[in-house]
Design a protein around this ligand. Structure first.
Ligand code: GDP
Length: 296
């Protein structure tokens, strides 16, 4: 992820730092190139605009600072604004609520929801000593509940026993109740996906939300889908309300547009990133580290 963007920005900014003095025209020309590089990296247009506007504003005002070379100043501004659109601080999953804390995962089919549910459950169990119960609310795909059960065995996290014939909302209620009665700290609800967003999916998510009162609603989105992931996040956020986003397949060879846009477009933080198929391939999202990486 980010390789080509890193290369492009690197050469644009190197050009700037190599020079002693910069005119407004130099800065404007560099910004045009930055803009093009971001668009090619599949960053949402509104984010590209916001980003370049902010950099331009600061770069023009900063030109009078004599102590630092102007080129380095622009590089610093680009870095700071990159961190700013990525979300400044890293935010983790918030479990600060009465137990059992309900965490609901939403997203499209194949985005990595079940895998991510298992990864996060394992992490909370191993690192924070939490007692976690996972439940699959996917009644549409016959193998889905079994897939989560097997994953639970693998990561040694409890799963809600399957009762045939229950609706997703009924399973959600039963999971929360089992969480309460069983003394669980966290109940995770792995909801059903679809191949695309449609009204029945959104209605189902809203209904589950109402029944289970989740403290976290995390969208699991495939980072490789770029703009589609951003539109997905916007839709889910408008319709169901999100508390955070998990981007999967950050290990893939994507252009990085989703990772760079989704926070600014939705206002919701990227809380975790998936970096592989294995159960430990999960990382916290650190805006500064990502900006450092992109800018070399
Ligand atoms: P769901 O339909 O949303 O529940 O998706 P799954 O959890 O079944 O995942 C679909 C596929 O994506 C599986 O083969 C996972 O191993 C794979 N997957 C999930 N997360 C990641 C990730 O971060 N990186 C990679 N490379 N593969 C992932």
């Amino acid at each position: 992820m980010f390789d080509s963007l890193q290369e492009r920005l690197g050469s644009i900014l190197n050009n700037l730092t190599g020079r002693g003095a910069l005119s407004d025209a130099d800065v404007a020309a560099a910004l045009r190139e930055v803009r093009r590089a971001l668009i090619e990296a599949d960053v949402a247009l509104e984010v590209v605009r916001l980003f370049t506007d902010r950099v331009r504003e600061k770069a023009v005002g900063a030109a009078v600072v004599k102590s630092i070379k102007p080129g380095q100043m622009v590089v610093k501004i680009v870095h700071d604004e990159l961190v700013s659109i990525l979300g400044e601080t890293s935010e983790t999953i918030d479990l600060n609520a009465p137990a059992p804390v309900v965490v609901m995962y939403v997203g499209l089919q194949g985005s990595g929801k079940t895998t991510t549910t298992g990864k996060i459950a394992r992490r909370l169990t191993d690192r924070q000593n939490k007692k976690v119960l996972m439940a699959s609310l996917d009644t549409r795909r016959p193998a889905a509940q079994e897939q989560l059960r097997q994953l639970g065995e693998q990561v040694k996290v409890a799963t809600l026993p399957v009762v045939a014939g229950q609706s997703p909302v009924e399973i959600a209620r039963r999971a929360v109740q089992a969480g309460r009665l069983g003394g669980y700290d966290v109940v995770m609800l792995d909801t059903a996906g679809r191949t695309h967003i449609d009204e029945p999916l959104m209605a189902e998510m809203a209904e589950i939300k109402q029944a289970a009162n989740p403290h976290e609603i995390l969208l699991v989105a495939d980072a490789l889908t770029g703009q589609d992931a951003v539109n997905l996040a916007r839709n889910f956020n408008d319709r169901v309300g999100l508390t955070g986003i998990v981007l999967t397949r950050m290990d893939g060879d994507g252009r990085g547009g989703a990772a760079l846009s989704v926070r600014a477009v939705t206002g919701k933080p990227i809380k975790m990133i998936g970096t592989g198929e294995k159960m430990d391939a999960l990382e916290e999202f650190h805006p500064k580290r990502i900006a450092d990486r992109i800018l070399g």
